[in-house]
Design a protein around this ligand. Structure first.
Ligand SMILES: [Zn+2]
Length: 364
């Protein structure tokens, strides 16, 4: 992952720290120094933030390792100043699995609290929490860590989809109603709660505004992906493909591609060399090449040489993931060894719109 430093690998999952995390540490040092704290006190504050982030990593590992039990890989875990993100290869669709994978995160924080409590009582660390407690010291370190872990668990359990609590809600709903309906309800509750976050952010902590916006965007994008998945079910590559496409020869100059883009309806082109396809080029690729290399460069030098083929019967869902993961402009649809059509993301989007309209017509 870009601009992140890998520092650990647990059960095959790389754990990364985003570079902006260093800004948080600098900020902690700065505000504490400004408040007149001495270097030892500042070190304790930094140490505390690091301990807290270790707890967040453990929370994410709770999700990742539970997902692993269900055969779901985690691409990586990245720590940002606002928290950690475990990028699961996919969200389990079985409600029970989603429930367990999700609840494992906050449970880790509860477990950490349970482990810290004997220390607090055993070493008599239950110091009174007052104004002084904002200065981290060896005496209040463990107590503060326990309190923040409890907060982490409770905060994550707020049912604002796609936060952990919202996912738990979706999973519980999906046990009774369809996944799409469950997601719609959870996403709407999430959006409503995030408005609360945003309003609260103006009065208390601007950080909440950020969380609120993040929830709204996350809820919307997850809802769309579930909806698309539902719409795509039963459809194949051949349903979405265009059986007519435009070819460009690789030795021709980019200016040819530019005029083709302007003249024709096509936004994506197949590039051929001596009668065989060698690459693809779409509108974004043409514009970028035009800006970087000028119109005299040959098409063959700037086209995307990763050709992606799909059988006509390939489920549309699989194409979704392929476009998302590989950032390819076009997929060639083949049947019995010959290319019978091409698909790009625009075709798929159109097909989804058509299917949605048909469904709405039926329900009307
Ligand atoms: Zn979580």
């Amino acid at each position: 992952m870009k601009k992140s430093v890998s520092f650990l690998k647990v059960a095959g999952i790389g754990i990364y720290v985003h570079w902006t995390f260093s800004l948080l540490i600098i900020y902690i040092i700065y505000i504490n120094a400004r408040a007149g704290l001495d270097p030892v006190q500042i070190s304790w504050a930094v140490f505390f933030v690091l301990a807290l982030f270790l707890c967040v990593i453990l929370h994410e590992l709770g999700h990742a390792l539970t997902a692993k039990r269900f055969g779901i890989k985690t691409e990586d875990i990245t720590m940002y100043p606002i928290g950690g993100v475990a990028r699961l290869e996919r969200i389990p669709e079985k409600p029970v699995q989603e429930l367990l994978v999700t609840i494992a995160g906050p449970l880790v924080n509860v477990l950490i609290v349970a482990i810290l409590i004997p220390f607090i009582y055993g070493f008599d660390l239950l110091v009174p929490i007052g104004a002084e407690s904002s200065i981290i010291s060896p005496e209040n370190f463990i107590l503060n860590l326990a309190i923040l872990n409890l907060w982490l668990a409770l905060f994550n359990l707020i049912p604002a989809f796609p936060m952990d609590g919202g996912r738990i809600l979706r999973a519980l709903l999906a046990m009774r109603i369809s996944r799409l309906k469950a997601t719609t309800v959870a996403a709407n509750i999430g959006k409503l709660l995030s408005l609360g976050f945003i309003v609260a952010g103006f009065f208390y902590n601007p950080f909440l505004i950020f969380i609120g916006v993040f929830i709204i965007l996350g809820a919307q994008s997850e809802l769309e992906s579930v909806r698309n998945k539902e719409l795509a079910s039963g459809l194949t590559a051949s349903d979405a493909m265009m059986s007519k496409w435009t070819e460009l020869e690789s030795y021709k100059p980019l200016s040819e591609a530019v005029s083709m883009l302007l003249q024709s309806e096509s936004k994506s082109f197949l590039i051929s060399e001596n009668g065989t396809y060698v690459g693809t080029l779409n509108r974004d690729g043409i514009i970028k090449a035009l800006r970087d290399k000028g119109e005299h460069i040959s098409i063959g030098e700037v086209c995307n040489r990763d050709l992606s083929y799909a059988d006509a019967k390939t489920p549309l869902e699989e194409l979704f993931t392929r476009f998302r993961d590989n950032r390819i402009p076009l997929v060639l649809v083949v049947d019995a060894g010959t290319t019978i059509g091409v698909v790009d993301t625009e075709n798929i989007a159109e097909l989804m719109l058509v299917k949605q309209a048909r469904l709405e017509q039926k329900n009307a």
